[in-house]
Design a protein around this ligand. Structure first.
Ligand code: ADP
Length: 329
């Protein structure tokens, strides 16, 4: 279990982490998601002990780890850029830490092979890092983390440098691994798909602050504010401030997700279709209302309309936010 209490870290005038409170339960996988610069990596580094907070505390299994150096914290961190030793083979990279901890050679060898097999790189033990693809290197880094048998995994964008198919496959492997090991994990990503699919809960960050914490579907269905509403979901939620085409009051911002807008000849909202993005499995319609409001609509493939058409829309599920504060009402 990890507990962050009022965690704060500034670099000069930049407040990277601004009073973060968070509890990660034992065995849980939590994803930290937010735009670049929102403080995700800094939070991981503070948990790992690679950096010190200006204020607040990090507790691991109930113990304040302030005085504990990184190598004594029972955490294993995996970075985007693997951080493998280039002059050691996969076998060498995997056994290095074990040998430092004085695990006997035969035992280190056995454990390294088991971890490599677990991640499907058992036949690469004699390769050097520069003889492998990015995906294979990332698996070595994950296998090495596995060998530390930590009480907490800290993963910093571990899939970011992989191409799309490999990212998809490795994401599934990570999930399976977590289901099996049930080790408490904090996974940092800027990719909302990764955050949604991997996390038992997601933590949405902006400007060093926690904007919302919850199970992925709940955060998607009930975003706490307009920032979260606009950040999770692609294309993002349509937000219309103060009355306008969706109705509502001047002090309310109304939101509707593209999939909750439907082409409906009887619908109350009139719009002109400006563009159709056909994505194969679905289509995204870009529309503009007479008052200039733009609404994005998600439909099935082959929606049967073309740019220039006048359409009518129905909004099925409205989100209400305070126009002044952006908070959900
Ligand atoms: P994220 O991981 O969400 O992209 P970071 O935690 O890396 O965000 O950074 C948060 C903010 O703190 C950014 O504005 C970044 O420029 C700043 N920052 C992070 N580390 C340092 C550092 N070592 N020195 C100066 N500024 C830093």
């Amino acid at each position: 279990m990890i507990r962050l209490e009022g965690l704060t870290r500034s670099y000069g005038r930049t407040t990277a982490v601004d009073g973060v409170d968070l509890e990660v339960r034992a065995g849980e996988l939590v994803t930290l998601v937010g735009p670049s610069g929102s403080g995700k990596s800094t939070i991981l580094r503070l948990i790992a002990g690679l950096d010190r907070p200006d204020g607040g505390r990090v507790l691991v299994d109930g113990v304040d780890v302030a005085g504990v150096p990184p190598h004594r914290r029972a955490v294993a961190m995996v970075f985007q850029d693997y951080a493998l030793f280039p002059h050691l083979t996969v076998h060498g990279n995997l056994t290095f830490g074990l040998r430092v901890r004085r695990v006997r050679r035969a035992e280190a060898d056995r454990r390294a092979r088991a971890a490599a097999d677990r991640l499907g790189i058992g036949d690469l033990l004699d390769r050097y890092p520069d003889q492998m693809s990015g995906g294979q290197r990332q698996r070595v880094a994950l296998a090495r983390a596995l060998l530390r048998d930590p009480s907490v995994y800290l993963l910093d964008e571990p899939l970011a440098s992989l191409d799309a198919p490999l990212r998809f496959a490795t994401r599934a492997d990570l999930l399976a691994l977590h289901r099996e090991l049930r080790t408490t994990t904090v996974h940092v990503t800027h990719d909302q798909h990764e955050a949604m699919t991997l996390g038992d809960r997601v933590v949405v960050l902006a400007d060093g602050r926690v904007r919302q914490v919850g199970p992925p579907q709940q955060v998607y269905d009930e975003p706490a504010d307009t920032f979260v509403a606009g950040f999770l979901g692609s294309p993002p939620m349509n937000l219309v401030t103060g009355g306008g085409v969706l109705g509502g009051d001047p002090d309310v911002t109304l939101g509707v997700r593209p999939e909750d807008l439907t082409l409906d000849g009887e619908g109350p909202v009139a719009a002109t279709l400006e563009a159709v993005e056909a994505l194969g499995s679905e289509a995204i319609l870009l529309t503009r209302c007479p008052d200039g409001t733009r609404l994005t609509v998600r439909t099935g493939p082959r929606p049967g309309v073309a740019p220039g058409d006048e359409v009518r829309l129905r909004a099925d599920r409205l989100h209400r936010f305070d126009a002044a504060t952006g908070r959900r009402r």
